[in-house]
Design a binder for this molecule. Structure first.
Ligand SMILES: [Zn+2]
Ligand SMILES: [Zn+2]
Length: 130
């Protein structure tokens, strides 16, 4: 039983890590994770405990009155290079593999080391390019 809960928690955690600066309703999270077999009530339960731990923050959408959840992970943020889309304003974390390649190229060519915490790249996200 405990294992089962841990698994659901892991699915949610990974979902939030992929969407670090976005707000979601429980229904949206559920539709993203539906194929992973996590139930609506399991999402509610896990979000409640993550909120208590301060890993997730929630606020009310003024128009729809829906509760919106957002992932707060300072450590994950401090260890990530942020990508900001100038079209839609969304913020993403660069994936570790791209980061590693960029750092390796800069080290080799310029002898320069990136401060991840302070680095933001501005551009256009995949969705906005389409
Ligand atoms: Zn971040
Ligand atoms: Zn965009």
């Amino acid at each position: 039983m405990a294992q089962y809960h841990t698994e659901q928690r892991k699915i949610l955690y990974e979902f939030f890590c992929d969407h670090p600066h976005e707000y979601f309703t429980v229904k949206e999270i559920h539709s993203f994770l539906a194929d992973q077999g996590i139930s609506l009530s399991a999402i509610y339960r896990n979000l409640a405990s993550m909120k208590e731990e301060g890993v997730v923050r929630c606020q009310i959408n003024k128009d729809s009155r829906d509760l919106l959840y957002r992932f707060i992970d300072k450590e994950h943020c401090a260890n990530s290079i942020h990508l900001t889309c100038v079209e839609c304003g969304k913020v993403f974390h660069m994936n570790a593999e791209s980061e590693r390649k960029m750092q390796a190229a800069l080290s080799a060519a310029e002898g320069f080391h990136i401060n991840k915490e302070k680095t933001v790249l501005y551009g256009t996200c995949k969705k906005c390019q389409a």
